[in-house]
Design a binder for this molecule. Structure first.
Ligand SMILES: Nc1ncnc2c1ncn2[C@@H]1O[C@H](COP(=O)(O)OP(=O)(O)OP(=O)(O)O)[C@@H](O)[C@H]1O
Ligand SMILES: [Mg+2]
Length: 327
């Protein structure tokens, strides 16, 4: 029986499955009903599209800030996805590889393994997402950063493994939250998290001169009326700079913690960035100016970690790295 390898990414925002190509990528949410077992009534886009929920049902996000909070839900959703994607005849010949933040603790790692194995295939290997960048680099000391929705995972890697790494919960969700705070404090204007996300995607920018604007519905907290407000890029710029500058500070600190020869090599090899949050307008220039090293962004940052991991597990030259991560 032929072995098939799949990459499963249970992200804080998106759940993805990648084989030879992207097979599934939808928001990591589910409408569930809990009884003796966890019953999944809908998941992904379909769950989000539900206007009203059936009796006793709740909408949950099984993963937040990079941590699997509800392994039973993730397992139940994966079971449904695998039923559709993986023909039954392939049973037992399936290997699953899961990119995870490097900062997870033992219990959190076990929860990921348990949840993914609960989907029906027991051969599960976790790979730190910073290590997934290896096929993108030339194997020398290189800085990498995965800007996710719940966490940003960053570090320095080489062909032997992780030199140093760090996971922080300053990521897409934190940017949205900061945008809400800034608008509330400076404009007395209250918007919900999904409106903040829309504003960020429409006009978020790290360029200092950006004149774009977008209109959004929210509440004027002075008269408690719902209104349509025009938000400008300049108004939300402090929120975006606040979050991304902190990430840059951590990258700088990681670099300074290295011995001088390694620092020099990282400066030469540069920083590779991916993950949805890497698509922030102006990020490459911003990091390049702040860190004084070359910065390379993947052309499709949202699916980059999946593609890199798929290469890492299929090319024989990376077999020793997989051994390091426990395979
Ligand atoms: N153009 C963009 N500008 C800024 N942020 C963006 C852009 N496009 C997507 N994002 C953000 O990327 C995040 C999703 O990225 P990604 O799919 O890598 O996260 P994830 O893997 O689900 O989460 P995590 O890795 O933290 O568990 C969201 O927070 C989204 O707001
Ligand atoms: Mg991710």
């Amino acid at each position: 029986m032929q072995k098939r390898k799949f990459v499963i990414d249970p992200g804080s925002k998106f759940l993805s499955v990648y084989g030879d190509a992207l097979m599934y990528r939808q928001p990591n949410v589910a409408v569930i009903r809990r009884g003796r077992t966890t019953e999944v009534l809908a998941y992904g886009d379909e769950a989000l599209a539900m206007k009203t929920l059936p009796d006793h049902a709740v909408l949950v996000r099984p993963v937040s800030q990079g941590v699997v909070r509800q392994p039973d839900v993730l397992a139940a959703v994966l079971r449904k996805i695998f039923e559709k994607l993986i023909p039954v005849t392939m049973f037992k010949a399936v290997e699953l590889y899961v990119p995870v933040p490097s900062g997870l603790g033992m219990v959190e790692r076990e929860n990921v393994e348990k949840a993914v194995a609960g989907g029906g295939y027991r051969d599960v290997t976790l790979i730190e997402s910073v290590m997934s960048f290896l096929p993108r680099t030339d194997g020398g000391d290189t800085m990498v950063a995965d800007f996710g929705g719940g966490v940003t995972d960053m570090g320095v890697i080489n062909s032997e493994g992780i030199v140093t790494a760090c996971t922080v919960d300053i990521a897409g969700d934190a940017v949205d939250e900061k945008i809400r705070n800034v608008l509330l404090q400076n404009k007395n204007f209250k918007i919900d998290a999904s409106a903040a996300e829309r504003v960020k995607l429409a006009i978020g920018s790290l360029y200092t001169v950006d004149t774009s604007s977008v209109s959004v519905i929210g509440q004027d907290i002075l008269d408690l009326r719902n209104k349509n407000f025009e938000i400008t890029a300049t108004q939300i710029a402090p929120a975006i700079h606040f979050c991304y500058s902190r990430i840059m500070d951590i990258l700088e600190t990681l670099m300074m913690s290295l011995p001088k020869p390694k620092q020099d090599e990282v400066r030469m090899n540069g920083l590779y960035i991916a993950g949805g949050g890497a698509a922030m307008n102006g990020l490459t220039d911003y990091l390049q100016r702040g860190l004084h090293i070359p910065v390379y962004m993947d052309k499709d940052p949202e699916t980059a970690i999946l593609r890199y991991t798929a290469r890492l597990i299929s090319e024989p030259k990376y077999a020793s790295v997989l051994k390091l991560t426990g395979k």
